[in-house]
Write a protein that binds this ligand. Structure first.
Ligand code: LMR
Length: 396
């Protein structure tokens, strides 16, 4: 039977990371997958995480299964961190999930089983796994144009026009809370307000992907878009990830939070989602969630984590400035100052697929086919050679 199975293409992001590992060239640079690197090009374990782990080693008394929805302390903190106290916790059906991706998949399964006719509207472009996840759950997907023709900023007029014309009551509106992946171009606070009003008028249900809380301008500022949606919507789905902001990538810590208008509805929703999770991974892993809960419950550890998060965020801002400046000094044939308006790990460089291929084959510089660069992968060691290679790619 297995001989009849056709090969599948490699994943557009993880597949490149695999190709990078196999590349023997010494000067290679990996700017693909969204993983933060420090100045040495390492992705270290945060000190706050190490301290929490030490505490757990000494104090954890059991490795018994968690409940289907996960660790209660983690869920309480996840709700507080995500919504910043803006909603009563009893209106939120919350689930600890294997990463943000796991949360999105559970959300998609919940939507598909309860609203099979719903269409999910995503930005074009979006994270390539968004359509894959929604379609795998059996949901129909649609796209709204997102970028200006020069692919540098949000084309808000087109977003509004598309949703006004085509968005229908019962459709799902997938939004990136901050640090839009793959472009780094976010809605302004005013645009969030307008979008919130528009989506509420159209009767669309927001699904907010909040994978980069704290990586844009800090947790409070990064929540602005979500809060704007909350002012207009009493129901929404939010998926968060603790991979980036706690550096817990391989621990797979995320959460799905479904906000209902009333706590009774949240309870009914919870019962449904628990059934879906039970038939999927049964219950989530404890360790990463216990780390997050330990850090957020302890004032000193929390302060340490906040400072480590700020250091990651500030390094990314600094690298953006350095890259733009280096490209300018090298006489790049286009102005890259738009990178400074972008937020988070990613930037849409504007490089064409051909230029992306050339960078990989000729220079060993790996970026995603869409032209997305993981800015957080640039270091003092590789920044100059990457900037030079980009300039060359633009002229070949
Ligand atoms: C990315 O976009 O690189 C990250 O979100 C990691 C992933 O799973 O794709």
């Amino acid at each position: 039977m297995l001989e009849t199975v056709a090969a599948a293409p490699p994943d557009p992001i993880l597949g490149l990371a695999e190709a990078f590992q196999k590349d023997p060239r010494p000067g290679k640079a990996n700017l693909t997958i969204g993983v933060y690197c420090d100045e040495q090009g390492k992705t270290p374990v945060l000190d706050s995480v190490k301290q929490a782990e030490r505490w757990l080693v000494d104090n954890e008394t059991t490795k018994k299964y968690l409940g289907i929805d996960g660790l209660p302390d983690f869920l309480r903190h996840a709700i507080e961190l995500t919504f910043g106290g803006a909603v009563p916790a009893d209106r939120v059906a919350a689930f600890q999930t294997p990463g943000g991706t796991g949360g999105l998949r559970v959300a998609a399964d919940f939507l598909a089983s309860n609203f099979p006719g719903a269409r999910v509207w995503m930005s074009n472009p979006t994270w390539p796994n968004h359509p894959a996840i929604f379609q795998a759950a059996g949901l129909a997907t649609e796209v709204y144009p997102y970028l200006t023709a020069d692919r540098t900023h949000v084309d808000f007029a087109s977003v509004v026009d598309t949703l006004e014309r085509l968005g229908k009551a019962g459709d799902i509106l997938c939004l990136h809370a901050c640090c839009h992946n793959p472009t780094g171009a976010d809605f302004s606070p005013e645009q969030w307000e307008e979008l919130a009003e528009l989506s509420a008028q159209r009767g669309m249900l927001p699904l907010v992907d909040f994978a980069y809380l704290g990586f844009g301008d800090g947790p409070e500022a990064d929540r602005r878009g979500l809060l704007a949606m909350l002012r207009q919507h009493e129901e929404m789905l939010v998926c968060t990830s603790f991979s980036k902001n706690f550096g817990l990538y391989s621990e797979r810590v995320g959460a799905l939070m479904i906000l209902a208008a009333a706590s009774e509805t949240a309870d009914i929703v919870r019962s449904n989602v628990k059934r879906l999770i039970r038939a999927n991974y049964s219950n989530p892993p404890r360790h990463g969630a216990a780390i997050v809960a330990t850090i957020l419950a302890d004032a000193d550890l929390r302060r340490l984590w906040e400072s480590e998060l700020a250091a990651m965020r500030e390094r990314i801002h600094q690298v953006r400035r350095q890259l733009v400046e280096r490209l300018r000094q090298l006489g790049a044939p286009r102005d890259f100052s738009f990178l400074l308006d972008q937020r988070g790990m990613f930037s849409y460089s504007g490089l064409s697929p051909m230029q992306v291929d050339w960078l990989r084959s000729e220079k060993g510089i790996y970026i995603v086919g869409s032209g997305r660069i993981n800015v957080a992968g640039l270091t003092p060691e590789n920044l100059d050679s990457v900037a030079r290679a980009i300039c060359e790619a633009l002229t070949v």
